[in-house]
Design a binder for this molecule. Sequence first.
Ligand code: NAD
Length: 534
Amino acid sequence: MTAVQLPEFSTTPVEQIPSIVSRLRSSFFSQKTRPAAFRLRQLRKLYWAIADHEEELLEACKRDLGKGIFEAMVSEIEWVKNDICFMTQNLERWMKDEKPEDMAWTHKFVSPRIRKDPLGVVLVIGAFNFPINLAFGPMIGAIAAGNTVVLKPSEQCPNCAAMMQLIMEKALDPECYACVQGGIPETSALLEQNWDKIFFTGSVNTAKIVAQAAAKNLTPVALELGGKNPAIVTKKADVQLAARRLLWAKTMNAGQVCISQNYILVDKEVAPTLITELKAAMKEFFPSGAKQSPDYSRIVNLRAFNRIKKMLDSTSGKIVAGGTMDADQLFIEPTVIEVSDPKDPLIVEESFGPLIPVLPVDNLDQAISIANETHATPLGVYAFGSKAETDRVLAETRSGGASINDGFFHGVIPTLAFGGVGDSGTGAYRGKASFDCFTHRRSITKTPNWMEKLLAVRYPPFDGTSKLKQYRAMGILKPDFDRDGRQKIGLLWYLITLGSGSASKGALRAALIAGIYLALRALMEGRIWKGLKG
Ligand code: NAD
């Protein structure tokens, strides 16, 4: 069998960057990317170029991250192909003007609508851990929304980056879309340019650099950051299930996943069971050990390997499963560590690797307060327990997304909006959210000539208060609440709800009363009697 040939990775000379951006800006203003037909054609060509290079993309994922075929297909290649199909099947519908709801009747005469405008020239900066998904994913949204795009893939996965460039050059219009390769110098040069939006996926530290550069030109940003996500397992949870699901979430891509749980807070009564079950699941997933498994990825590079190793060396916790490492192979075994201190580095820092710290807690109150104190706005929260308990976790924490009774399942639904909150990110994408992320919702009205008489109210002279009265009659809303902030209830509604204030109970009572009324009326009209006879 011949080895798969991959293109060479080479960085883009920084002096070329201004001319690339200005070429894309001219193309944007040529209006080339506006028609749906153009966007659809670009996306469809991209689909087939990805499909035609699947073998090389798989090889690139293998060389860059040791990714197995299943993971590379599901989380990278099939993922972006699916994204393109979803976009192309829905794009024309999403592009249509929207009629806003809840307009005052007077405003309907000016036909208010919301047009979906592209933003302009956008920059997409990718992260290393899902090198294809996190680069092509947002780019697909930006193309669909009618922008011209510069993609800067992660230089930490050079084979994937080079393949994406080759695919873009084969499939996409070079006047509208470009791939810039490189690391800090090249990204810094890109950030000096003027953009209409910057979409960044990566670490919090780099995001601050990106946001500062963007602020100089008031450029909007989407920041997809992450880490430090808590999982909470109560004694009412199915502990065996929790162990399997959390192990899945921490062994995918060798734990290099922004939404995987960073640590597990477990009720101390079931902590020993959780650890036993984690070990059992490890045997089930990797019967000959993770190192031998073709399904278990490697750490991206020695720097990341050393960072994770240092974290493990610095913990005061006890390794209870795993713990082996091999720097030559960039291998770190899935490792379960029992920790007792909520300030342990394994809890407070993002491991972004296959470390599974387990911290026993007294109860759910303590778990929620540790989670909130460790990181108030993580990217994900994962709760295992009774319905009442998981409802409490949702109600008393904040996060970009959450999965109940699972590891990051919400994050693997390709069409569900995905994003952080606070310092885990800003802005969301995927599915329709990807289109919205790169679209400006432009409010438009058109004032007909015949309205001039009606509009006379707005022109001076205002003749004391007469025009003000007229203006108020044209649709100013009246409060439905009193001075104490209570909603005012009409007499009929009060009677129906008997003053309970509960709308759902009230609605039920209203339905009952209406039913009785209709039955009585039917009886009086003799319909029931006739019905029985007939
Ligand atoms: P990173 O911040 O090191 O790199 C991301 C990108 O920024 C790369 O393209 C890189 O070239 C560029 N970059 C790095 N340093 C820069 C600098 N000083 N100036 C300008 N550009 C710079 O992140 P990473 O190591 O690729 O990814 C890991 C981090 O990303 C983790 O914190 C993880 O949680 C987060 N992440 C978040 C998501 C998400 O969707 N929310 C997804 C994946 C990863």
